[in-house]
Ligand binder design. Structure first.
Ligand code: HEM
Length: 520
């Protein structure tokens, strides 16, 4: 592509120079420069790549849907590192634990940025957020400011009672209705309300009344529309081929309009309320929830008002749906594997001897934890992690990675490649207590780079500290209270998947029968 552009500029210059011979003396150095650019021998050894067509690169061959399975099958042809040209953009795909270690850990600084395109520029205010900003001072500051109110053991300790309260309400609602134990329900909607309430109580000390609460309806609509527009393949042509960008104007206006209304919604209904409460108490304002901390940092001049809103936006995007997809996967697999439900139930009754399950005793329940791990292994919710990027040209696996390449680690394939896992297609939590018991997330001080559902290193998921106990508690509570079953006349729950390039979710939200367990 670079050579093509240079060639066309070169031919234009040639024409001009013939037209105005008098001026050619001035154009000569430019001509020499372009000739050099076009014909200079390249000693950059790029990763293996399929034949790339001019302008389109590999886009027409590989299509739009570059999901984890397609990229895993390409890795078998092109190797554990390969490069795809998508129009003017480079996509580097890494499918091997050693190289993943390089990208995420050893060369974590070089590959620690995130690529953004025209659409993500809109949804992040050109990187005023934390998740999609480049690696540097702004990211460091945002990550530091977010850590204290969201990602510490103290936060887990302070909020775990509230999480349990919200989970007990789910159990209560499921027990209430006859049809839930006979015909079953699509449990996703109720769990979605629970997760919104968990996150909004942590962020704003606010909660939604019910699934019909107009604010809940607005919040879920705004967030799902944001995901739809950001993750659509519809705008690829303008993203990959800059010449076509003007045709994206309508699409980009739609994104801008949504983003404006969405940020105004977060601001007017939630952030402003906290500002008012804080202002009423003047200098003695008390810090009661996460956004109070963030506003406090803004008042001290550390970040801007926009940064505050983008932190709210990031939590809405990163925290809620990821955890919800994982819950849906876990429940579907538990329905299809009643023996796993029985084992968890037995473990809880043997270990806790009738005492309630709380966050503080989850560590005593290894089989429950293995079930969470196995769910995230088989159904990695963000199978290619959030893309990484190198700001400058870099080396990886002996190859040259051109600057500003989008680098993805196929975390799903690392965790599902039969070369490294015994019968990886099986849902079998026991693997983490048997053949994998010595290669837990950390083995002998070394990180196991085959298992990375939360990434690893500088840009890894800070939310792991919340997500794992929330998942463990929900599963434990549902399994102790209910026998989860497929609806009558359905043999097995459908666990077909959807997505893969950005996120991996269950294709059809499961209908599940919750039959109350009769406790002795
Ligand atoms: C099961 C649930 C979750 C999964 C599977 C998950 C997974 C991930 C992954 C794969 C990344 C990117 C790692 C990388 O690029 O190397 C990430 C980043 C991130 N996650 Fe999560 N996540 C989950 C829950 C959460 C929660 C609950 C929160 C917040 C409360 C959260 C906040 C974030 C943030 C802020 C980042 C960006 C980090 C950065 O760029 O520095 N996540 N997550």
């Amino acid at each position: 592509m670079g050579k093509l552009v240079s060639l066309s500029i070169f031919s234009t210059l040639l024409t001009i120079s013939f037209l105005s011979l008098n001026n050619s003396i001035y154009l000569l150095p430019l001509l020499v420069y372009f000739l050099y650019r076009i014909f200079k021998p390249s000693n950059a050894l790029l990763p293996p790549t399929p034949f790339a067509f001019p302008i389109f690169g590999n886009w027409l061959q590989v299509g739009n849907d570059l999901n984890h399975r397609l990229l895993a099958s390409m890795a078998q042809t092109y190797g554990s590192i390969f490069l795809l040209k998508l129009g003017s953009k480079n996509l580097v795909v890494v499918s091997d634990p050693e190289l993943a270690t390089q990208v995420l850990h050893t060369q974590g600084v070089e590959f620690g940025s995130r690529p953004r395109n025209v659409v993500f520029d809109i949804f992040t205010g050109n990187g005023q957020d934390m998740v999609f900003t480049v690696y540097g001072d702004h990211w460091r500051k945002m990550r530091r400011i977010m850590t204290l109110p969201f990602f510490t053991n103290k936060v887990v300790h302070n909020y775990s009672n509230m999480w349990e309260e919200e989970m007990d309400l789910v159990v209560h609602d499921l027990r209430k209705e006859e049809r839930v134990r006979t015909k079953g329900i699509v449990v996703r909607k109720r769990l979605q309300l629970m997760l919104y309430n968990i996150m909004y109580r942590m962020m704003f000390d606010a909660k939604f009344e019910s699934q019909e609460d107009p604010l809940f309806i607005d919040a879920t609509r705004f967030n799902s529309e944001r995901s739809r527009l950001a993750q659509s393949f519809e705008y690829n042509y303008g993203d990959f081929i800059p010449l076509l960008r003007p045709f994206l104007r309508g699409y980009l206006n739609k994104c801008k309009d949504l983003q404006q209304r969405r940020l105004a919604f977060f601001n007017n209904y939630f952030v402003e309320k906290r500002r008012e409460i804080m202002a009423a108490n003047g200098k003695n304002h008390k810090i009661s929830c996460a956004i109070d901390h963030i506003i406090d940092a803004q008042m001290k001049g550390e970040i801007s008002e926009e940064n505050v809103l983008y932190i709210v936006e990031n939590i809405n995007v990163a925290a809620i749906e990821t955890t919800l997809w994982s819950m849906e996967w876990a429940i579907a697999e538990l329905v299809n594997h009643p023996e796993v439900q029985h084992k968890i139930r037995r473990e809880i009754s043997t270990v806790l001897k009738g005492n309630p399950i709380t966050e503080s005793n989850l560590h005593e329940l290894p089989y429950l934890q293995a079930t969470v791990k196995e769910t995230l292994r088989l159904h990695t919710p963000i199978p290619l992690l959030v893309p990484h990027m190198n700001l400058e040209e870099a080396k990886l696996g002996g190859f040259t990675i051109p600057r500003e390449s989008k680098v993805v680690v196929n975390a799903w394939w690392l965790a599902n490649n039969p070369k490294w896992w015994k019968n990886p297609e099986e849902f079998r939590p026991e693997r983490f207590m048997e053949e994998e018991s010595n290669t837990d997330a950390v083995a002998g001080g070394k990180v196991d780079f085959r298992y990375l559902p939360f990434g690893m290193g500088r840009r890894s998921c800070p939310g792991i500290i919340l997500a794992l106990p929330i998942l463990g508690l929900v599963i434990a509570k549902l399994v102790t209270d209910f026998e989860m079953k497929a609806p009558p006349e359905v043999e097995e729950i459908d666990v077909s998947e959807k997505g893969g390039q950005f996120s991996l979710h269950i294709a059809n939200h499961s209908t599940v029968v919750f039959e109350p367990v009769i406790k002795a």
